[in-house]
Design a binder for this molecule. Structure first.
Ligand code: VGL
Ligand code: ZN
Length: 254
């Protein structure tokens, strides 16, 4: 098992015999490490700074160093936006960054800009301009360990819809190649790290769970954009059967 959750156990007496029941979580099947959006844009000096976002880098590098041979696949996702992306506050007159708006889509996933048959209303947080494709800001953090066998999955490249999850856009209209890449390698479990815990890590973890993977989010290998959304994201992930673990709980007895 990769995670030995030795902290939790129950004592039970039955016919005079004491049983100790430990809750060992055993990771079964082939494992992928997902490194979500560890890009300059989300570092403290980036365009959409995440507090202490740089501090995930040594943790992720440590996980790779210690366990790399246990991962059948390592995937880096990359937020990759048009310069006039719909998620940018700059594209919405009179709107400030970190406020929200409602975006309307028809049943084909097309943004309703004038008259159209509205089928979906998506609440969109409006962000500072960030991770614009082919800029230094959108590049992976220089210090994060990468290998030429790692798979890169770009997301958020459709100009008119946002994509927090590395699997689907926010409306569930289009899909990246991530699920296919995982299935090709017969991956059963995903270990998720990176930025930001309350957005792209959260939505990637929920989609992975829904798609049937065993999901582990390494909490100290992530950081959130905002305290309140981070707390509720962790609670919701736990409720959905997503395992929230610490990198120190990863032991090597597989
Ligand atoms: C993200 C906000 C906007 C993320 C991406 O990677 O968590 N957050 N775009
Ligand atoms: Zn983005």
């Amino acid at each position: 098992s990769l995670f030995a959750n030795t902290g939790m156990f129950t004592l039970q007496r039955c016919f005079g015999v004491l049983f100790i029941i430990t809750s060992l979580q055993v990771i079964s099947g082939r494992i992928a490490l997902l490194v979500i959006d560890v890009q300059n844009c989300f570092l403290p000096t980036g365009s959409l700074p995440v507090n202490d976002g740089d501090q995930v880098i040594p943790v992720i590098n440590g996980i790779r160093q210690q366990y790399d041979n246990l991962f059948s696949l390592v995937v880096f996702s990359q937020d990759w936006h048009c310069s006039d992306h719909i998620s940018f506050a700059s594209q919405h007159d009179g709107k400030n960054s970190y406020s929200t708006t409602i975006l309307q889509y028809d049943n084909t996933g097309k943004l309703c800009e004038s008259t159209c048959d509205v089928q979906y209303n998506l609440t969109q947080v409006l962000w500072p301009d960030h991770c614009i494709k082919n800029t230094t800001d959108a590049e992976f953090a220089v210090n994060v360990t990468r290998s030429n066998t790692d798979v890169i999955v770009k997301k958020g490249y459709h100009c008119k819809i946002d994509s927090y999850s590395a699997f689907f856009d926010n409306g569930g209209f289009s899909q990246t190649e991530l699920d296919v890449k995982l299935k090709e390698k017969d991956i059963k479990s995903v270990i998720i790290t990176g930025l930001a815990l309350d957005y792209c890590v959260f939505y990637t973890a929920k989609d992975a769970k829904r798609l049937g993977y065993n999901v582990y989010v390494v909490q100290d290998a992530t950081r959130g954009v905002e305290e309140g959304t981070t707390v509720s994201a962790v609670r919701e992930m736990k409720d959905q059967g997503i395992n929230i673990v610490q990198s120190s709980e990863m032991s090597r007895v597989m």
